[in-house]
Design a binder for this molecule. Structure first.
Ligand SMILES: *Cc1c(COP(=O)(O)O)cnc(C)c1O
Ligand SMILES: [Zn+2]
Length: 448
C-alpha cells in the first residue's frame, strides 16, 4: 500500500503491522488489533523553545493558548503548516483554546504529608480544570479534529460519564451530532446531566460500561458514526499532551514516576506513547516509570500484571503478550458473574480496551500496577480538596496509589512523582457523605 505524507496508521502488533492512510476511519486493523498514529519525520528539539513562547499572551491565537494545540507539531496528523494560523483554524478543533490550558503540576502540602513524602518531590496535576471537567478534553480535541478531517456527521461513544460530557461539548461546538451509550443507572448524575445539556442523544444500555462500549461500536459501524472512545488512536494523540505539560513544567527533566488511575487505559497508553516518542527523538534522556492504579473492584490489569490469575504475570513480551490469558480471565469473570464494582465509576471497567497498549507502555517504562479500595480513594480525593483543589473519586486513586507504592518501597523516598488528577468532582453527594461520617480520616462533620 502506498501511503502519502508524513502521518499514517499502523497496527501495534509487530507480527501484523498493517498500515492504513491517515484518513482511514478504522479504529482497529482488519485482524482486530489496536492502531497507532505514526509520523515519519522526527520533530526538532528546537520546538521546546517554540512551545515555551506560546501561551495565553498570544492574544487571539487560540491554538497557542490551548494546552493541546500548543504542542501541535508533535501530533500533526492533519499535516498542516503549524505556523499558519488560518490553516490551524480550518483543521484543528478547539474549545476556544481552553482544552488543557489550565493544567499543570502543583505541589500540595496536605497531600504530600498524607502520602509521607516531601512536598518538593510530589506534583499533582489537576486535569479536572478542563472545560468539560476532565482530562478527556485533551483527547477529544484531537479525535474530533480527525472526525472533522474525514467529514464525519456524527460522533459516537460509550461512557462512564466524562467521555460523554466531553464528546457532547465538542460536538455541540462543532455543530455535529453526538450519540452517547451509557450503562443505565451507573453514571454520576453530574456527568449525565452534562451530556443532556449539550444536546447529546443518550442511549441507555442494560449492563455495564463494557456492554455499552460493545453496543456503541456495533452501532457506529452500522450507522456511519465516528467512535471517539480511547480505542480511537487519535484520542491517544491529544492525551500525549498531559505528560508534555508536566515535563515542560519540569523543564523537560523527567520525574521518576508518572501515576494514573487505570480504567480503559487510554491515559496509560498515551503516556507510554508520548514517552517512547520523546525518548526516541532524544528529547528526554531518562524514561519516567508509569504506575497504574486500579480500583480493587475493577482490577483486571492489576490482577493480570501481578500474576494473581493462574499465577502468570501478563507482559507485553516483545509484542507477543499472552492474549489467551486475558481471554481466560474474561471468561472467568463471566462464569463467576463478577461485574466491576466501585463507587469510582470513572474506572469501573472490567475489560480495558487498551490493555495491550497499556502493557506496551508498562514494558517501555518498567511500570508497575496496583489497586486501592474505595475508602482509600475517598481519602485521596478528600485530601486534595484540603489543598484547595477539586478532584473526583477516581482521581483519588493517584494519591493513595502513590502512598501505597511508597509504603511498599516501590516508589523510593527521594523519587520525584507526578500524579495525574483526572477529573473534577461531579458526584456532589460523595464529599457530603464523606464529611458527615466522623470516622473518615479527613472528615469535618457539620456542627449542630
Ligand atoms: C476516563 C477517566 C479515567 C480512566 O481513564 P482511562 O484512560 O480510561 O484509563 C479516570 N479518571 C477519570 C476522572 C476519568 O474520566
Ligand atoms: Zn494487526
Amino acid at each position: 500500500m502506498t501511503l502519502h505524507g508524513d502521518a499514517y496508521l499502523k497496527c501495534i502488533d509487530p507480527k501484523c503491522g498493517l498500515e492504513y492512510p491517515i484518513k482511514s476511519t478504522n479504529v482497529q486493523c482488519e485482524k482486530g488489533h489496536l492502531l497507532d498514529v505514526k509520523y515519519k519525520n522526527k520533530p526538532s528539539e528546537k520546538l521546546k523553545d517554540v512551545f515555551a513562547h506560546r501561551g495565553i499572551m498570544d492574544e487571539g491565537i487560540i491554538f497557542n493558548e490551548s494546552g493541546v494545540w500548543r504542542f501541535r507539531e508533535l501530533l500533526n496528523f492533519c499535516e498542516i503548516d503549524t505556523e499558519n494560523i488560518d490553516e490551524c483554524s480550518n483543521f484543528l478543533v478547539s474549545l476556544d483554546g481552553a482544552e488543557g490550558r489550565q493544567s499543570k503540576p502543583y505541589h500540595m502540602t496536605r497531600a504530600s504529608a498524607f502520602i509521607g513524602t516531601s512536598s518538593d518531590n510530589l506534583w499533582l496535576q489537576p486535569e479536572g480544570y478542563n472545560p468539560s471537567g476532565s482530562f478527556k478534553d485533551n483527547g477529544m480535541a484531537s479525535a474530533v479534529t480527525h472526525a472533522k478531517m474525514i467529514g464525519a456527521k456524527k460522533i459516537v461513544c460509550a461512557s462512564t460519564g466524562n467521555t460523554s460530557a466531553s464528546a457532547g461539548m465538542f460536538a455541540a461546538n462543532e455543530g455535529i451530532q453526538c450519540d452517547v451509550y451509557i450503562p443505565a443507572g451507573q453514571i454520576a448524575p453530574g456527568k449525565l446531566s452534562q451530556a443532556y445539556q449539550f444536546g447529546a442523544q443518550i442511549v441507555e444500555v442494560n449492563g455495564n460500561f463494557d456492554d455499552a462500549l460493545k453496543q456503541s461500536l456495533d452501532d457506529a459501524k452500522n450507522h456511519d458514526g465516528y467512535t471517539v472512545n480511547s480505542l480511537n488512536p487519535f484520542r491517544i494523540e491529544g492525551q500525549k499532551t498531559i505528560p508534555y505539560r508536566a515535563l515542560e513544567y519540569l523543564k523537560w527533566a523527567s520525574p521518576d514516576w508518572i501515576v494514573y488511575p487505570g480504567g480503559a487505559l487510554g491515559n496509560t497508553s498515551s503516556c507510554g506513547k508520548a514517552l517512547m516518542e520523546l525518548y526516541e527523538w532524544g528529547w528526554i534522556s531518562k524514561v519516567p516509570r508509569i504506575a497504574v492504579i486500579n480500583s480493587e473492584g475493577a482490577s483486571t490489569l492489576s490482577d493480570l500484571y501481578n500474576g494473581k490469575f493462574q499465577g502468570e504475570e501478563l507482559r507485553w513480551n516483545k509484542g507477543k503478550p499472552n492474549t489467551e490469558l486475558i481471554a481466560e480471565y474474561y471468561a472467568y469473570l463471566d462464569k463467576e458473574g463478577i461485574r466491576p464494582k466501585t463507587k469510582a465509576t470513572a474506572i469501573q471497567i472490567g475489560r480495558p480496551v487498551n490493555i495491550l497498549k497499556g502493557l506496551r507502555a508498562l514494558d517501555f517504562t518498567d511500570g508497575v500496577v496496583t489497586s486501592v479500595s474505595d475508602a482509600e480513594m475517598l481519602d485521596g480525593m478528600s485530601v486534595v480538596g484540603l489543598n484547595g483543589f477539586d478532584c473526583e473519586m477516581a482521581s483519588g486513586a493517584s494519591v493513595v496509589g502513590i502512598k501505597k507504592l511508597l509504603e511498599d518501597e516501590i516508589i523510593k523516598k527521594d523519587d520525584v512523582v507526578v500524579g495525574i488528577l483526572t477529573g473534577r468532582q461531579k458526584d456532589a453527594m460523595l464529599p457530603v457523605d464523606y464529611h458527615n461520617n466522623p470516622e473518615n480520616k479527613f472528615a469535618i462533620p457539620p456542627k449542630i
